[in-house]
Design a protein around this ligand. Structure first.
Ligand code: CAA
Length: 262
């Protein structure tokens, strides 16, 4: 692992469980995603996922760039053999898929190539009104390599995904929201506050139901309707065996705030 620090981490919130904030930190390179950064991001994601004091994770970048993609200076040094044998882009980009707690992407400025792909790997994407999304790899003589050709059509449909992937053009926050790529748009100067506020809401919920909800929505994304419905039914019934279900419903009926187990 590199000695350089490519990400900053902090815990936020007043409750028993906190929101972990991960800030991508290669500002001069517009947070271009190199091996060291992706190793550190993967390690932090898995560490926070395993930490019972953390309920939710926010990933953000700078005002100018969430991330301008994989580091082109590094990609330029590869040939087929080195890309294939080193498992280029895949090796340390998939950790986020193992995270069971919610991950919120807070995107301002450029989210291009691997940056757009990283945003799409988050569960919720809050976009500043300055956000710009795109898959410009085609202009470099390659194609997206961290899921862009697969997650983009699932998120925004084939026609729009083709438009973006084949042209390499950028789309602004409003177009991205209309297309279904982002959850909602917030003013740039409120982006982090909104992301942390959402994190705090999630942290106050029952941990088991939050993990189950994420697992079920991901099933919808990755399987057939029948399989997804079966997963949902199993987890829906299973949650009736948790103290949080008793507490949530008792609190509603008693007109008080629930106090969920951690
Ligand atoms: N890799 C390496 N360095 C990058 C970079 C990247 N993806 N994006 C930006 N930088 C560097 C620039 O080289 C520049 O460095 P210097 O100051 O040393 O010259 C610095 O960041 C600032 O960039 P610009 O001067 O270009 O800033 P700008 O505001 O004029 O333009 C931009 C911003 C439109 C984002 C432009 O930098 C750009 O087009 N970047 C590349 C975007 C791209 O093609 N991304 C896809 C990469 S491939 C990929 O991601 C594969 C995959 O699927 C995982």
């Amino acid at each position: 692992m590199s000695d350089e620090t490519f990400i900053l981490t902090a815990l936020h919130g007043d409750g028993d469980r906190k929101t972990a904030l991960i800030t991508l930190n290669r500002p001069k390179q517009l947070n271009a995603l190199n091996d060291g950064l992706m190793d550190q991001l993967g390690e932090a994601l898995l560490r926070f996922d395993a930490d019972p004091a953390v309920g939710c994770i926010v990933i953000t970048g700078s005002e100018k760039a969430f991330a301008a993609g994989a580091d082109i200076g590094v990609l330029a040094q590869h040939d087929f053999i080195s890309a294939y044998t080193s498992d280029l882009i895949t090796r340390n980009w998939e950790h986020i898929r193992r995270v069971r707690k919610p991950v919120i992407g807070a995107v301002a400025g450029f989210a291009l190539g691997g940056g757009c792909e990283l945003a799409m790997m988050c569960d919720v994407v809050l976009a500043a009104d300055t956000a710009k999304f795109g898959q410009p790899e085609i202009k470099l003589g390659i194609i997206p390599g961290a899921g862009g050709t697969q997650r983009l059509p699932r998120a925004i449909g084939k026609a729009k995904a083709m438009d973006l992937v084949l042209s390499g053009r950028m789309m602004g926050a409003e177009e991205a929201e209309r297309a279904g790529l982002v959850s909602r748009i917030v003013p740039a100067d409120k982006l982090l506050d909104e992301a942390l506020a959402l994190g705090e809401l999630v942290c106050a919920l029952g941990n088991a139901s939050v993990i189950a909800a994420k697992e079920c929505v991901n099933r919808a994304y990755e399987s057939t309707l029948s399989e997804g419905l079966m997963t949902e039914r199993r987890l829906f019934h299973a949650l009736f065996g948790t103290p949080d279900q008793k507490e949530g419903m008792d609190a509603f009926l008693a007109k008080r705030k629930p106090n969920f187990a951690r």
